[in-house]
Design a protein around this ligand. Structure first.
Ligand SMILES: *Cc1c(COP(=O)(O)O)cnc(C)c1O
Length: 404
């Protein structure tokens, strides 16, 4: 080999010592013979072999290499290697959406008769997946309050294989102690799975705190600009091999174009997460002083019950907050409908700020009892704070608040 030429082994050795900012921009890139600077998009469904013996060796797995894009694709592989590096996991598997990341993890690692203990305040569709669909195949789920470790412990049985949580929670920003939860999982021989969608690895790295598997909806902050659906699972190679086996067989594969969009998103992840967090903190402080606001839920506020833990476990407090206006549904809707700049949409993790009424949209399927348990009242509004100027966001919210 030409000693003066840069080679992949030396590049990887240099990246092994690199900081998150560098990994977000560089990890996983393999340059082709064309010498391109930006990662290419491999829009190919299959790959050509140079001989029948090579085709046979690739199919049997004797030889590494691409066969078909349901199995592997270079752009998708770059995304997988990069998100694995950012989360500090051995490997990652990319999926078509966040929900297919959760489904694929369960299908690969659970069997009929197994049991999941899950936080009551996870993404609503996750609860539906567990309680409606997995239950049909003999997997049971129990829902417990996120921050009540005793409730988790007493829900665990000898059939429990997974503890599943999101922290901070949506919409009221409760914070779970990942380190303590991982000890609980280890004590009972089950896996701790953390959906890290709200913080991303720029603010929180669950694997370093003891989690076994991290899940992402890449649709949210990893893209960060609301363009594509995608998901990822990150963890130990033994688990990722099983999950990849499910994806190869069943097909919830990430599209190469989407993988490329997420690669571009990751390059600015830390800068965006810090800016989202700064805007959200400024807004939370302003809402907290507002005379038409009853209560603000944001772990960046010292009065929030999860404040000290979030400070220890996260690098910043994130971009999602919620608040209760004085009044009920009518007042909450008035504030939402008076906004001109914010987008009324259930999506989050976008440079564009979004506003939504959880009780009648994202959490509308919950029973009144479950809503009460999740603190979702009729006067609650959730914001995903974007990167517009914070004074413009305040002015837009104040249009409606002044009507109350
Ligand atoms: C959106 C979301 C999901 C689901 O992801 P999709 O990409 O929409 O399938 C899962 N978990 C959390 C926390 C989410 O916000």
């Amino acid at each position: 080999m030409d000693k003066e030429k840069k080679n992949l082994a030396d590049i990887n050795a240099a990246l092994a010592e690199a900081e998150l900012d560098t990994l977000a921009i560089r990890a996983g890139q393999v340059r082709t013979m064309e010498g391109e600077h930006c990662e290419p998009i491999f829009t190919t469904s299959s790959y050509v072999f140079e001989s029948s013996s090579e085709a046979a060796a690739r199919f049997s797995g004797e030889q590494d290499g691409n066969v078909y894009s349901r199995y592997t694709n270079p752009t998708v592989r770059t995304f997988q290697d990069r998100i694995a590096a950012l989360e500090g996991g051995e490997a990652a598997v990319a999926t078509a959406s966040g929900m297919s990341a959760i489904l694929s993890t369960c299908m690969a690692l659970l069997s009929a008769g197994d049991h999941i203990v899950c936080s009551r305040s996870v993404f609503g569709t996750t609860t539906v997946l567990f309680s409606k669909y997995l239950q049909k195949f003999g997997v049971d789920v129990d829902l417990v309050p996120l921050t009540d470790i005793e409730a988790w412990e007493s829900a665990i049985t000898n059939k429990t294989k997974m503890l599943f949580l999101e922290t901070p929670s949506n919409p009221i920003c409760d914070v779970a102690d990942i380190e303590k939860m991982s000890e609980l999982a280890k004590d009972h021989g089950c896996l701790l799975i953390v959906d890290n969608c709200f913080c991303t690895p720029a603010l929180q790295q669950p694997i370093a705190l003891g989690a076994d598997i991290v899940i992402h909806s890449a649709t949210k902050y990893l893209d960060g600009q609301g363009r594509c659906l995608g998901g990822a699972v990150i963890g130990r190679k033994e688990h990722m091999d099983e999950i990849l086996g499910f994806i190869r067989t069943c097909g919830p594969t990430m599209a190469p174009f989407n993988a490329w969009v997420f690669l571009k998103g990751l390059e600015t992840l830390r800068l965006r997460m810090e800016a989202h967090s700064a805007n959200a903190l400024a807004l939370a402080n302003w809402l907290n002083e507002h005379d038409k606001v009853e209560h603000v839920f944001y772990s960046g506020l010292p009065a929030h019950p999860g404040h000290a833990l979030a400070k220890k476990q996260q690098k910043a407090f994130g971009g999602v907050l919620s608040f209760r206006v004085k009044g009920g549904r009518e007042e909450a809707w008035k504030v939402i409908d008076a906004t001109q700049i914010l987008s009324l949409t259930a999506n989050l993790g976008d440079t564009k700020s979004t506003i939504v009424h959880p009780a009648t949209t994202t959490h509308g399927r919950l029973s009144d009892e479950d809503k009460a348990a999740a603190s979702i009242t009729e006067n609650l509004i959730r914001l995903s704070v974007g990167l517009e100027h914070v004074e413009d966001i305040k002015r837009d919210l104040d249009r409606g608040l002044q009507l109350l």
